[in-house]
Design a protein around this ligand. Structure first.
Ligand SMILES: Nc1nc2c(ncn2[C@@H]2O[C@H](COP(=O)(O)OP(=O)(O)OP(=O)(O)O)[C@@H](O)[C@H]2O)c(=O)[nH]1
Length: 404
């Protein structure tokens, strides 16, 4: 099974599999006023840029299109320059907005946001006229500098102004979702997780599978993460609390760092299996059969964290590597256990459970194998359906061309 088989196609804009037939990937647009933080968000979430480095980003002058690769989430992110109006007749708005999955509008909450709200209204109503299937998402961004009360007030005010403007334009049926975000904490990943989940056709099935896994294995909370972006693509139906999400997301970083130091690649070259079962962190982390990294190069000692991220971004050999499975266990001082299992090279499952429940880990492992097989079936099925849809659409195109 190649890793491409696990990638999703969005449902948006087509039951007919439009994205596949045109060869275009589903798009996520980042729009908003100048300096609102669009490029920073793109770099931090998808290119692993440290948040502080965004201080030196230059203003975007034309649309920056980027394919997200080596990720389960197979799409394009378009970063728009804030100063240009893309609904003017000089631009082909059908071409830009026709196939969009989500339009994310970024508002700088540390600035006077009245102009941004006007632009949001204009953008949403104009894009909706071109493509009513777009999901509209509003990031009330840079909230790191704001008090909790002020954050809530700002969100309420922006929501109210936007709702009033849409009502005046008799377009109150347009749905907008709001998120308070910052690149300096997990809120931006949490927001993207929710945004991406709306575009995943298989989400209800994934949630059901996670519910079954949790209830049969004594797991309190389970997240299915895209390893590269740390976006969770599904979770079970128990409520998500920021703390559990943050700790699971941090676990990915811990494992990648450990993998980077003790990783499998160098032992692959000398033919031995790395034995790192006794890696003692202060939280007693154990890691077995590590393969979370997707690089093929050597391990670069303690300076390796960056190089692993680089490998993550640059390696092209991932698809041809044989599948191996990473797992990891971190015991927390409060008696909880974090348990990570690699589903495939792009996805990891991270569970939170009580230490007593983990004593039956044979059962958990067995249930995980069933879960993994079910996930594989779901994506194989989706993949086959996408291919069929694409062949059907190609056939229709051929018929149309011949009849012309
Ligand atoms: N405090 C804070 N600053 C942020 C955050 N996100 C971005 N910034 C800063 O905002 C400034 C502008 O960010 P950019 O990403 O260049 O903004 P942009 O929207 O792409 O701007 P244009 O390309 O001109 O349209 C940079 O100095 C960032 O460091 C955030 O979450 N919090």
């Amino acid at each position: 099974m190649e890793y491409d088989d696990y990638r999703y196609q969005t449902d948006n804009g087509s039951e007919s599999g439009q994205e596949t037939t045109t060869g275009h990937k589903p798009r996520i647009l980042l729009m908003g006023l100048q300096r609102s933080g669009k490029s920073s968000i793109q770099r931090v979430v998808f290119n692993k840029m440290p948040p502080n480095d965004t201080l030196y980003l230059e203003s975007t002058t034309k649309i920056q299109k980027e394919d997200v690769t080596r990720s389960f989430i197979d799409f394009q992110v378009w970063d728009f320059p804030g100063q240009i109006n893309f609904f003017e007749t000089a631009y082909d708005s059908q071409e830009i907005f026709g196939e969009v999955g989500a339009l994310i509008f970024v508002i700088d909450a540390q600035d006077d946001y009245r102009e941004a709200v006007n632009r949001l209204h204009y953008t949403v109503t104009s894009a909706y006229r071109v493509n009513p299937n777009i999901t509209f998402e509003v990031l009330i961004h840079k909230v790191d500098g704001l008090s909790d009360d002020y954050k809530i007030d700002t969100q309420r005010d922006i929501q109210q102004r936007t709702a009033d403007a849409l009502a005046d334009a008799q377009m109150e049926h347009i749905q907008l979702s709001y998120y308070l975000t910052s690149i300096y904490d997990h809120s931006i990943y949490e927001a993207f997780s929710k945004i991406i989940q709306k575009l995943i056709r298989e989400l209800p099935t994934l949630e059901n599978l996670l519910n079954v896994l949790c209830s049969n294995s004594g797991i309190d909370k389970a997240y299915l993460f895209d390893t590269l972006t740390k976006i969770y693509i599904a979770t079970d139906s128990s409520p998500v609390d920021m703390q559990s999400y943050e700790i699971c997301s941090d676990m990915i970083d811990v494992i990648i760092d450990i993998e980077c130091i003790y990783g499998a690649q160098n032992s692959a070259s000398n033919g031995t299996t790395p034995s790192i079962n006794d890696v003692e962190e202060d939280r007693s982390a154990t890691l077995s059969s590590p393969s979370l990294s997707v690089g093929n190069g050597g391990v670069n000692g303690f300076g390796g964290a960056d190089s692993l991220q680089e490998q993550l971004m640059s390696d092209t050999s991932v698809a041809s590597e044989p599948e191996a499975e990473a797992s990891s266990l971190i015991k927390l001082t409060n008696g909880d256990v974090l348990y990570l299992r690699e589903v495939n090279r792009l996805l990891v499952l991270i569970c939170i459970l009580r230490q007593e429940s983990f004593e039956k880990h044979g059962l958990i492992d067995y249930n995980f194998q069933c879960f993994k097989e079910a996930i594989t079936d779901v994506f194989e099925f989706s993949n086959t359906r996408n291919k069929l849809n694409s062949q059907l659409a190609d056939g229709n195109e051929l018929v149309n061309n011949t009849s012309e």
